[in-house]
Design a binder for this molecule. Structure first.
Ligand code: AMP
Length: 112
């Protein structure tokens, strides 16, 4: 999608701090980290949010969760949080599906 920030990051038009990449997804450090470890995992295909996941595109979501588990193992993350905000009220600011992976500090529940 031409006006999508994360599509531009995938295309290399906007720089990012890459954590991982394969044919289906891209992971990079969040520019405004909310924890000592905070990276985002996104599909290369443009999907607006979890609310746009369907039977036709959900395979990449399963793949992303495999990648998150693999990266967490490799990074030695014993406890971490995976978050996806859907819609502005929930805090979504970039409308390309992404999963935040946060670790390295105490976190509260329920979220504020
Ligand atoms: P959300 O608010 O859930 O949509 O998450 C979007 C995230 O993207 C925020 O945590 C931002 O800090 C992050 N972000 C925005 N622009 C960039 C960028 N150029 N590189 C890395 N992360 C970014």
């Amino acid at each position: 999608m031409s006006d999508c920030l994360f599509c531009k990051i995938i295309a290399g038009e906007i720089p990012s701090s890459k954590v991982y990449e394969d044919e289906l997804c891209y992971a990079f450090n969040d520019i405004a980290p909310q924890a000592p470890t905070h990276f985002l995992v996104i599909p290369k295909e443009h999907i607006g949010s979890v609310s746009a996941v369907t039977a036709d595109n959900s395979a990449v979501v399963a793949h992303i969760f495999e990648v998150i588990a693999k990266l967490a193992r490799e990074l030695g993350l014993e406890s971490y949080r995976v978050v996806s905000n859907i819609g502005e009220q929930a805090g979504q600011s970039v409308f390309h599906l992404h999963f935040h992976v946060l670790s390295g500090r105490d976190m509260t529940w329920p979220p504020g």
